[in-house]
Design a protein around this ligand. Structure first.
Ligand SMILES: CSC[C@H]1O[C@H](OP(=O)(O)O)[C@H](O)[C@@H]1O
Ligand SMILES: Nc1ncnc2[nH]cnc12
Length: 299
């Protein structure tokens, strides 16, 4: 594998703009058929693997959740050869027992976003992926076990399972919304992971989320409104833990990467007959369709 390729990708969210653990790094500025990603990707070595890191909001946190180039970010990971993608994200907690600084590995999403691009398809090629299990179970378990295996700074609990409600933002929720989400049985809240998970599945990349709880949103009677100051304070306290978990997860992936049905998500999803798909679309999606010879562009 060349220095500019990586089997593992990490997308860092709020407060996680670099991966100090990477050595032997190269910075790669990519363009994709969906425009440029949020920033240059840094590819480096960790525990015997090449790992590609991308700060979701860009260095300096320049992009709103609504403005994130989700398609370009995932396409860029595909171009680099990424097969396993780990998102580290800040979330609010909608449950008493998911305390600030705890870490949650959600297994479901609930969509409260509006008008975000959530697919690579269209323009003459129709595809419908299965998304009943939006997080890759095997990868999520691997990272959660890695989290349990390392020494964490502070009194941190690891929780597996739960539903991440993805809201549009950028303003945080009203009290009425927060209470309603709780009454619906939703567990954590953020603004970014749903589109990533969908696009990663379309790109046949195995995806999971490590959610770093930063606040109780605004529903908790003993806690005030959620603020960026509170979120960043808790994230900074947890940054070292996040790095340790990512390293341990990469070590485990290096030892035994799970086989995952996401890697063949398009096998039964592509609906349009190859002959009916415009050449321009085949070219645009070439990195995603390389495994399916009938959809290869002629030129
Ligand atoms: C900085 S507070 C709100 C912001 O934090 C979360 O970002 P990310 O998922 O990238 O860690 C949340 O989704 C909002 O975008
Ligand atoms: N309470 C919250 N709502 C939405 N996104 C968040 N990210 C961190 N905390 C959040």
């Amino acid at each position: 594998m060349s220095q500019s390729q990586a089997r593992i990708g990490v997308i860092g969210g709020s407060g996680l703009y670099q991966m100090a653990e990477l050595s032997d790094t190269v910075e790669v500025t990519l363009d994709t058929p969906f425009g440029p990603p949020s920033d240059a990707l840094v590819i480096g070595s960790l525990a015997g693997e090449r790992v590609a890191f991308l700060p979701r909001h860009g260095r300096g946190h320049r992009l709103l959740p609504t403005e994130l180039p989700f398609q370009a970010n995932i396409y860029a990971m595909k171009l680099l050869g990424v097969e396993y993608l780990l998102s580290a994200s800040a979330v609010g907690s909608l449950r008493e027992e998911y305390r600030p600084r705890d870490i949650v590995f959600p297994d479901q999403f609930f969509d409260r976003t509006r008008n975000r691009p959530s697919t690579f398809f269209g323009e003459g090629l129709v595809a419908h992926i299965s998304f009943d299990q939006p997080i890759c179970t095997e990868l999520s378990h691997l990272v959660a076990e890695a989290a349990r295996s390392v020494e964490l700074v502070g009194d941190i609990r690891i929780h597996t399972g739960g539903t991440y409600v993805c809201m549009e933002g950028p303003a945080f929720s009203t009290l009425a919304e927060s209470r309603l989400y709780r009454s619906w049985g939703l567990d954590i809240i953020g603004m970014t992971n749903l589109q990533e998970a969908k696009l990663a599945r379309e790109a046949e990349i195995c995806y999971t989320t490590m959610a770093l709880v930063t606040d109780y949103d605004c529903w908790h009677p003993d806690h005030g409104a959620v603020t960026v100051e509170l979120i960043l304070d808790n994230l900074h306290k947890n940054a070292e833990n996040a790095q340790r978990i990512v390293r341990a997860a990469v070590e485990r992936l290096h030892e035994a990467a799970p086989s995952c049905t996401s890697h063949s998500a398009l096998k039964y999803a592509l609906l349009t007959q190859p002959a009916d798909v415009p050449e321009s679309t085949k070219r645009k999606l070439a990195a995603l369709l390389a495994k399916y010879p009938a959809y290869k562009p002629q030129l």
